[in-house]
Design a binder for this molecule. Structure first.
Ligand SMILES: [Cu+2]
Length: 160
C-alpha cells in the first residue's frame, strides 16, 4: 500500500512538472500572448486645435499590445514616431470598418494615417526601452496652414 501511494505521488509530480513546462513552451511566442489593450484618440477641429488623447503612452518590452487608434475628429491624422517604430516588433495592423475586421497588414510599419471616424489597431511587442518624444502628426491644417503638430498634435511614448 505504502509503495503504491509513493508511485502515485511520483506519477502526479511528473504530470504536474510536464504541465508547467508545456505552459512555458507555449508562452515563448511573444506575439501570441493575450494582448493588452490601449486606446489613443485623435481629437480636435480644423482651424482650432488637434491633439492626441492621451498624449503619453507607456508600454513594457516583451508584452503584446493592441493599440487602438481612433479618429474622432474632422481631419485625417498621422501617428508617426520613428523611434517608436524602430523599437517594436509589429505583428499586424488591423483595419476595422463599422466594428468589422476589414483587413490585416503585416510587415514593418513606420507610420500610419487614419481618416475621420475610422479606426485601426496596431498589434506589436516592444523590444527596446526608451523615452521617445517624436510622436507627431504631419498633416497641414486646412484653415491655418500650420502642421497639426504645431497646433498641439505631439506626444511622448515611453517603453520600460
Ligand atoms: Cu493630424
Amino acid at each position: 500500500m505504502f509503495v503504491l501511494v509513493n508511485i502515485l505521488k511520483i506519477i502526479s509530480t511528473y504530470f504536474f512538472i510536464s504541465f508547467i513546462l508545456c505552459g512555458n513552451l507555449i508562452s515563448q511566442d511573444l506575439t501570441r500572448q493575450e494582448p493588452i489593450e490601449k486606446v489613443l484618440i485623435f481629437k480636435g477641429a480644423s482651424g482650432h486645435s488637434h491633439y492626441y488623447e492621451p498624449n503619453e503612452l507607456i508600454f513594457e518590452t516583451g508584452k503584446l499590445y493592441r493599440l487602438i487608434l481612433n479618429n474622432e475628429s474632422d481631419s485625417k491624422h498621422y501617428f508617426s514616431s520613428n523611434s517608436f517604430s524602430k523599437s517594436v516588433f509589429t505583428r499586424k495592423i488591423q483595419i476595422n470598418y463599422n466594428g468589422k475586421k476589414l483587413a490585416e497588414v503585416k510587415g514593418i510599419i513606420n507610420e500610419v494615417e487614419v481618416w475621420p471616424n475610422h479606426q485601426i489597431e496596431w498589434w506589436f511587442v516592444p523590444i527596446k526601452t526608451g523615452v521617445f518624444e517624436d510622436l507627431f502628426c504631419k498633416v497641414e491644417d486646412e484653415k491655418t496652414g500650420l502642421k497639426h503638430s504645431e497646433m498641439g498634435m505631439q506626444g511622448v511614448i515611453i517603453i520600460n
